[in-house]
Design a protein around this ligand. Structure first.
Ligand code: KG4
Ligand code: ZN
Length: 358
């Protein structure tokens, strides 16, 4: 079985072809550069750019795999959550292909795409504990099955990736912030500045990054004579030290709540073996190494997608499509793109219900 995956929910226009032998036949990702000067993604610019490029990205995906559209068995598209203009572009392209080719259409929850990707490259069995951390979301979940998630905790304000992006913007490092902060942090002293660990003492698995970001802002402002962020004069070493301290604090917060989640996971799923990290922030090597230590010390196995499939891509959508198609889970062509789509609303309808049948 070969599934085409299409992703356009944020600032990547992407498509991929993946089969049920876990082979990636091709993958094409276009990261929009138009947002660089804005310190974040501008929704209208993103939607226009998706519209401009989606056809050529899909064409290139087939060309790279040396396949024809009629060779596929289903079309999977990120149907949300995300920026509605971009999601609509991808969904319309996917529906058109599904109709023209008479192949089933599958609407994938973008977060489910991230959540299942590690199963493509490693032998991760259900159930597993998942840290899903991206630019828009930060959650700790038990993944029981396709469409069966139990959320243990979530951020009550910013997502971790959003905090990386905002700190980078304050430091004038550009967008996206994660990769450049990680690079600068490797040159810095992670113990130089004292930063808070928000919600450390709350008994639940919830997270918060807004106070951390504000604390970083105050440090930067202290480098300006008039206390204004934009007048701060920072040496390269100061910037590196701030990045290192921020990265450590954010990682500590994630790990601290994961420890609580591990004890719930072990009680509820005594046969569960894996801790998985997914989403754009999962590309962070510092975080990955700390998570691996945490998993080892709790007799669990750490798994993560390869770095290039942590940030948005078509492979994760195609693979989630394979998993859904294997269960006969298809969608109707009247599916409406969803700007908000909580993971607990992805439960399968009766197998085979809806959509063009395989
Ligand atoms: O999953 P993703 O591509 O898009 C969303 O669904 O949000 O995640 C993008 C986010 C951005 O906030 C970016 O700064 C962050 O992931 N990110 C990182 C790294 N690479 C990307 N954060 C920390 N360290 C990284 N190496
Ligand atoms: Zn994402």
């Amino acid at each position: 079985m070969i599934v085409l995956g299409i992703e356009s929910s944020c600032d990547e226009t992407a498509a991929a072809l993946v089969n049920d032998n876990k082979e990636i036949l091709s993958s094409v990702v276009l990261t929009q550069s138009e947002h660089k000067n804005f310190g974040g993604v501008v929704p209208e610019i993103a939607a226009r750019s998706h519209l401009e490029h989606i056809d050529e990205i899909i064409e290139e995906t087939f060309k790279k795999a040396n396949l024809k559209p009629s060779d596929i068995d289903a079309v999977a598209v990120a149907g949300g959550p995300g920026l509605i203009g971009g999601v609509t572009v991808g969904v319309m392209a996917g529906k058109a292909l599904s109709l023209a080719l008479n192949k089933p259409f599958i609407a994938i929850n973008h977060l489910e795409g991230h959540a299942l990707t590690a199963r493509l490259n490693s032998d991760v069995q259900y159930p597993y504990l998942l840290l899903l951390t991206s630019g828009g979301h930060c959650q700790i979940l038990i993944v029981n099955e396709v469409g069966n998630f139990k959320r243990l905790g979530t951020t009550i304000d910013d997502a971790a990736g959003e905090a990386f992006d905002k700190v980078a913007k304050m430091l004038g490092l550009g967008y996206p912030g994660g990769p450049i902060i990680e690079k600068m942090a490797s040159l810095g002293d992670e113990n130089r500045f004292v930063l808070p660990r928000p919600l450390y003492n709350s008994p639940d698995c919830n997270l918060s990054f807004s106070g951390l970001k504000t604390a970083v802002r105050k440090i930067i402002e202290s480098y300006a004579e008039d206390g204004k962020l934009e007048h701060a004069i920072l040496r390269k070493q100061d910037i590196a030290d701030i990045c290192a301290c921020f990265q450590k604090a954010a990682t500590d917060c994630l790990l601290h709540k994961l420890k609580k989640a591990i004890s719930i996971f072990k009680k509820e799923c005594p046969n569960g073996k894996h801790i998985v990290v997914a989403g754009g922030v999962a590309a962070n090597i510092y975080l990955r190494s700390k998570l691996e230590e945490l998993a080892n010390s709790n007799n669990l196995i750490f798994a993560a997608p390869p770095i290039k499939f942590c940030t948005d891509n078509g492979v994760m959508i195609a693979w989630a499509g394979v998993e859904r198609a294997q269960k006969g889970l298809f969608d109707e062509l009247d599916f409406k793109p969803r700007p908000r789509w909580p993971l607990d609303e992805t439960a399968p309808k009766a197998a085979g219900a809806g959509g063009v049948k395989a």
